[in-house]
Every structure is written in C-alpha cells, then in structure tokens.
Design a protein around this ligand. Sequence first.
Ligand code: SF4
Length: 108
Amino acid sequence: MGKEVLDRPRRRVLRMGAATIIAVPAAALIVAPLMAAERISEDDPQAKALHYRHDAADVDHESYEEGQNCANCGLFTDPEAEEWGPCEAFGGKHVAAEGWCNAWVPRA
Ligand code: SF4
C-alpha cells in the first residue's frame, strides 16, 4: 500500500473543509439581505408609537404635511427603492415608499 492511497481520505477531508469555508460565508451573503428585507407592520408597537402608515394618504396626525412620505424622508436609506425600502427609524426594516411616520425628516 503506497503513501498515495493513504493520503486520499485526508485529501477528501481537506477538500470538504475548503468547500465548507467557502459555502458558509456565501450562504450568509444570500440570507442576510433576505432577513434585512423584513417589512414593518402597521401593528408593530414601534410603528404604532410613531403613527406609521403604509399609505401617507391614511395619515391623520398634526405633524403630517402633504407631500411627505417615506420616499422623500432622510431616514429612508435606499433612494433607489421604488415600493419598499429600509428605514433607519425601524432598524432597517422596510417601509412603504408611500408611507409616513412621525419621525419624518427632509432628505438632505
Ligand atoms: S422615518 Fe421616514 S422613512 Fe422611516 S417610516 Fe418614518 S417617514 Fe418613513
């Protein structure tokens, strides 16, 4: 029995280890954005506290001014997002571009 035959299982283990090292971070890159895309619910306690609504037309709050919405808010961190995008006020959860809450600030 030569040395080459004895090294085969060892090489296989090393290859599997290398595949695992590559696969785990790759899976994290795929899963992390999906997790970050969680949409805020109007029933979320924080959303209720900030009077968040998915549609600014439904807002009945003294601070609201016509024309304000999430898409033109400074805390809406992806200006390229068309329907839903991340909001800093909700820890990166997605809010509706047409939504509004009491934390609205003008985009700089
Ligand atoms: S902070 Fe701005 S982007 Fe976030 S929910 Fe309120 S209005 Fe929308």
